[in-house]
Write a protein that binds this ligand. Sequence first.
Ligand code: FAD
Ligand code: NA7
Length: 649
Amino acid sequence: MAQPPLSPAKTSAGQGKLGTGPNRRPGGVRGAPKSSPPGRRARMSPPDTSHLSGESREQLRRRVLGLIDDNRVMIFSKSYCPHSARVKELFSSLGVAFNILELDQIDNGATVQEVLAEISNQRTVPNIFVNKVHMGGCDRTLQAHQSGLLQTLLQEESHESTYDYDLIVIGGGSGGLSCAKEAAIWGKKVMVLDFVVPSPQGTFWGLGGTCVNVGCIPKKLMHQAALLGQALQDSRKFGWECNQQVKHNWKTMIEAIQKHIGSLNWHYKSSLREKAVTYVNSYGEFVADHKIKATNKKGQEACFTAANFIIATGERPRYLGIPGDKEYCITSDDLFSLRYCPGKTLVVGASYVALECAGFLAGLGLDVTVMVRSILLRGFDQEMAEKVGSFMEKNGVKFLRKFIPVMIQQLERGSPGKLKVVAKSTEGQETTEDIYNTVLLAIGRESCTRKLGLEKIGVKINERSGKIPVNDVEQTNVPHIYAVGDVLEGKPELTPVAIQAGKLLARRLFAGSLQKCDYINVPTTVFTPLEYGCCGYSEERAVEVYSKKNLEVYHTLFWPLEWTVADRDNNTCYAKIICNRLDNDRVIGFHIFGPNAGEITQGFAAAMKCGLTKQLLDSTIGIHPTCGEVFTSLEISKSSGLDISQKGC
Ligand code: FAD
Ligand code: NA7
């Protein structure tokens, strides 16, 4: 439905100029109305939209944003409101022209008020914006006048119109794309630069970043491939007769997974196009404060400027720095599109990428060894980590503990070839040699921040880790440069975290929102053959923070119903919660090792956000027969020392 534009009363030249604080709305909303005489009332004559669809409300929101963007001083007011009158007097006394929209004098004033609440977190009037900065109401504007902030804001000149873009995002992965798309929704002119530097083995991929191409998505699909193998075995006990030899075809799996990834790459490109985000397949490097050089794969260079930048360049796998590693080893960047079955595989590393890959490769029937430098799953609850390890060991994965590789030598070329791996003990002089078809390095990841030209513009990084420190609004030490996702120092390296941080950042920058990304109690799951899901503190960390005497840990082993007929072990799956006695037995740590742990953990994470306590868990009625119900009947505390083993069903 066509709607007449809002008609703001434009006062002075006032193309807003903004800085980059979280409340600012730099850049103009394209297509928004232009100037009208000083001091005039903004006309707003659209029909009442309160009954209309979300899309029409979205149009209204854009038009409200247009008023804010195009007017140096924009006052949303009610004609009878004494506070609004005071603010108008203030601007008049300063000789500053302003624009007013009297919400009581338009049909859809209530809806505009709701939209303003979404934009600015403020429902009341007057609601004042100066040079696109949300000032707040009467009191805050008067205070800003007293402190001189208001005058400073009024004096600012606009530079934004001189930039090519309102926002340039470097990195088209989980965080970058979410931020770019959200900024475009708010009418900003946005560019995304994304470029994949091929791995040392020559692997590269399309738009979407790590998660889509070489992370979560192919990993989970390969995990599923392995689970199906297990299900085939279980199925015989349930009466399925599949006498013929069942074998797995690596090439078929890879083709199917890559086809899915291809469709996701296409989807990402077209969703950028739909939102009018400019996508450039080039490598970005800062050359000046507001200027970036983009180099494409042919080496052609172009420069672009922007008011704001987001660094979302993620990480790439680390190498060992020993003879033969880059020549002969692969990493997760190569595994998911490997054209041939890797055969007998050595996985180096013991964190979640290593164990997940080892788990699904073994599940597909391969001979797999994991070389562990120290402990499994550093940073995770160690009791759970050992359970993950021993389950994998029982299911055919070999562990070579306290060894590190020192040399990789090619014995035979081929697909796969043969590699000799020499390793040495971390505890003594002992060395070992073995032959593998494939060596997969999963020894951590390095932030892609060192070739971004950050030193040229003064953005600080942690020199050791390459990570970027930011404040609680993801702003670096250079005010117009922000960062999200895996490049951030001290934040969880997970796709949903990057997505949430990117989206909220765009809303703060361009939509007047104040909501920050909450990095506390982020749930995660290790997709090993038997999944491990967790949220909140590990037991070790909880003890460090709260001390043992203030904690109660409840736990139990459990036997999933599906495992009974399948004759699988009745004392493998395990559930544990850690409760803070000083805080009403609040659940501060949630851990589950069992089938579908990822699905289970998600719901309990939401409950923890709502302040889940042991009592609330006890009063929750379970869903029978499920694994998740075990948390509604946890009776045995660890401190009691009582036996938790399962005798039967
Ligand atoms: P990325 O998604 O890595 O995107 C960064 C993009 O920037 C890349 O496309 C990169 O090529 C590009 N780039 C880098 N430098 C430049 C430059 N100078 N110019 C232009 N472009 C550049 N997370 C989960 O939540 N669940 C999981 O199950 C999970 N599994 C994983 C499994 C594996 C094997 C790995 C490696 C990771 C996994 N993760 C998982 C982590 C998840 O993938 C990351 O947390 C997420 O992708 C981070 O998003 P990002 O936007 O920070 O960076
Ligand atoms: P992590 O979580 O950084 O873990 C790295 C693992 O590799 C860990 O087990 C390390 O052992 C081990 N490691 C590190 N360096 C070496 C060397 N030189 N030799 C042998 N073993 C080594 O990395 P991931 O790849 O699992 O995951 C990184 C992120 O990527 C993760 O957060 C996901 O979001 C995706 P240590 O415990 O240090 O002895």
